[in-house]
Design a protein around this ligand. Structure first.
Ligand SMILES: [Zn+2]
Length: 164
């Protein structure tokens, strides 16, 4: 099964603005991958060079780069949102933090929460990050691959994170 070009691989289903924190439910397309691949991670790294250095609570190491080759897609979204917010306010000393939890992994829904200082900038970051990640996933689907799909036994047992 493939995601047809033009169909988003993931989209924001619900957004709630709380005190200093934006909470989004993101839904992956039924046949979209649940996890990043090394190829997808390389694409993300290219566009967001700071991404691997984000502080990140995970089971492998202290940085997002330690897990970004194989991490839930919504977790990658969380770090993209944080990166975009940081870029939008380069002189802001704010440190953004986030968490990602599957709501229903089989159904492809997850809750991504990220702190913010400017609600409009945060909403824009969520929208842009979702579109970018979706385009990456769909774009890679259009390229025939030979080595992907061999690591399906590697599944993080939980995905609670604190981004930078
Ligand atoms: Zn993280």
């Amino acid at each position: 099964m493939t995601v047809p070009s033009g169909e988003p691989a993931l989209f924001l289903e619900r957004i709630e603005v709380g005190a200093g924190r934006l909470s989004c439910v993101v839904r992956l397309a039924p046949d979209a991958p649940r996890f990043t691949t090394p190829k997808l991670a390389a694409r993300l790294r290219e566009a967001f060079p700071d991404l691997p250095r984000h502080a990140c609570v995970n089971e492998v190491g202290p940085c997002f780069g330690d897990v970004m080759d194989r991490t839930p897609l919504p977790h990658a979204l969380e770090h993209l949102v944080i990166d975009l917010q940081t870029r939008a306010a380069p002189h802001d000393a704010a440190v953004y933090a986030g968490t990602t939890d599957w709501v229903d992994e089989a159904a492809g829904t997850a809750r991504v929460q990220v702190s913010f200082t400017d609600d409009l900038a945060a909403l824009r970051a969520f929208r842009d990050a979702t579109r970018f990640l979706s385009d990456c996933v769909v774009g890679l689907r259009d390229i025939p691959t030979e080595e992907e799909g061999v690591q399906d036994d590697v599944r993080p047992s939980h995905i609670r994170q604190n981004g930078r």
